[in-house]
Ligand binder design. Structure first.
Ligand SMILES: Cc1ncc(COP(=O)(O)O)c(C=O)c1O
Length: 466
């Protein structure tokens, strides 16, 4: 495992063991030099369906600079030897953003394979539930769900996995390696690799596999090797380290497919761009449904691909509130949570600077959430920037609140949301009573909860109405 010591101006230096890196995602680096018209990372050049109009506003909060910095966050904290590889990946990515053939292939796959666009569903009974609680005379705020749970493989993770698998193929890699916590990114990666005919190895912590039984069975059905990571805590953090180790040992043939908006530049921006199709569709659907913007966007917050996928399109619309909900686990005082923004500090981890859960010595603290996919000890740099600039609002929901929200949606709408998603839904209890009549609230329904049924049953919870 490579590590490096980096002095960050004005920040305590975390111990070397925490300077773990996710290295370049490039395998055999393309030596072909395309003419790149440096539309670098602008939203205009994002992959999107032709049918999805985007309204990009230049904003101080948008996009990050060419070095992948969002204010003081982000960057590329990797050894010198990897810088050129990351640069090559960045060039390839920028080229593909405006490459017509790639965009067409991606758009077709998102439509015919993933099932996009996903519906923007008016949750009528949930809306009615909150209206009755508030005893409003008018209609109360309206709640809509962006149904990423209806995507192929059951979550938004497939948007990014598919696009990156296509990049892996273009770069001449024969194998993809990934790490997964809740399993959704692993399943999506396995599916994308099957479709594109790439070998796939997914690392998953042994503890997580026990919790996400349904997904590990799915892996066994596909042509994917699953590696159970038994070391240390057997969670996502350990799976990530093992996957990186595997990748570094097989750089020539293997592509490391990152599932969220962390890591060194250009990884966070690349994942965000591939997920931002969610927000672009949402804008168009909102326009069709009520002829304007939503008032509040709500998403659960692990490391941030769910949140940025929905938020990014609206970052420049400052009248749209962007609300992220972190996992408070057993409570913020318990020490067992994943509430990085609520109690974390700035440091460097996995190749970029961001808020992290760390102790007084700068050591990474083990995160906890009943939503296993939220158990990451950091957030993406763009999320940290949204917090620091005040553009994003960030709150927390406990395990218990998330479970209750999961049951409520199941009972009222017949939709079992993932326990990760349920954190966003839990926050509606606090949010809805504060909103005006008729306000439009959109929740990113990031995944379905089939994978969590064992966890819920073990807690004695049943779903009589589903
Ligand atoms: C359904 C679902 N929603 C949300 C997340 C959190 O992902 P992120 O931290 O990238 O937003 C996960 C992670 O596995 C997930 O499976």
């Amino acid at each position: 495992m490579l590590s490096t010591k980096i002095q960050v101006r004005g920040q305590p230096l975390p111990p070397a063991r925490n300077h773990r890196m996710i290295h370049s995602v490039v395998c055999r680096v393309s030596t072909k030099r395309h003419h790149r018209e440096s539309s670098v990372l602008s939203s205009e050049s994002c992959p999107s369906s032709d049918s999805v109009p985007t309204k990009t506003r230049k904003s101080q909060f948008c996009s990050g600079n060419v070095d992948g910095k969002f204010g003081r966050f982000g960057g590329k904290f990797v050894p010198e030897t990897l810088i050129s590889r990351l640069k090559d990946l960045e060039e390839e990515f920028n080229f593909l953003l405006s490459d017509h053939k790639f965009q067409e292939e991606l758009t077709t796959a998102l439509r015919d394979y993933v099932g996009r666009e996903t519906p923007l569903y008016f949750a009528g009974r949930l809306t009615e539930h909150y209206k009755n609680i508030a005893r409003t005379i008018g209609g109360g705020p309206e709640i809509y769900l962006k149904r990423e749970d209806l995507s192929h493989c059951g979550s938004h993770k497939i948007n990014n996995a598919l696009a990156q698998a296509m990049i892996a193929r273009r770069l001449g890699c024969s194998r993809v390696v990934a790490a997964t916590g809740a399993g959704q990114h692993g399943v999506a990666t396995a599916a994308a690799c099957a479709k594109i005919s790439l070998g796939c190895t997914v690392y998953m912590g042994a503890t997580d596999i026990e919790k996400q039984l349904v997904l590990s069975i799915k892996y066994n059905d596909s042509n994917t090797r699953i590696k159970h990571v038994k070391s240390v805590e057997g969670t996502f953090k350990d799976a990530s380290s093992e996957a990186i180790r595997h990748w570094v040992e097989n750089l020539d043939s293997t592509y490391f497919l990152l599932g969220t908006v962390v890591g060194p530049h250009p990884c966070p921006i690349m994942v965000r761009e591939f997920q931002s199709v969610i927000g672009k569709e949402t804008r168009r659907q909102a326009n069709q449904l009520w002829g304007g913007n939503p008032d509040v966007l709500v998403a659960c917050l692990g490391s941030g691909s769910t949140a940025l996928g929905l938020f990014h399109e609206f970052v420049g619309d400052e009248d749209v509130r962007l609300v992220g909900v972190e996992a408070a686990g057993l409570g913020l005082d318990s020490g067992k949570h994943s509430a990085t923004l609520a109690v974390g500090h700035v440091g460097v981890y996995h190749g970029s600077m961001s808020y992290l859960l760390q102790d007084d010595q700068g050591q990474i603290v083990k995160p906890h959430s009943v939503g296993v996919g939220l158990e990451y000890p950091g957030v993406g740099p763009e999320i940290s920037f949204l917090k620091e600039t005040g553009r994003g609002e960030f709150y927390t929901a406990t395990d218990q609140e998330a479970i209750q929200a999961c049951m409520l949606l199941s009972r009222l709408e017949g939709i079992i949301p993932a326990l990760e998603t349920s954190h966003a839904l839990a926050f509606l209890d606090k949010l809805i009573p504060t909103l005006r009549d008729g306000a439009k609230v959109i929740v990113n329904c990031s995944g379905r909860g089939d994978k969590d049924l064992d966890t819920l049953i073990q807690r004695g919870i049943s779903f009589p109405n589903c």
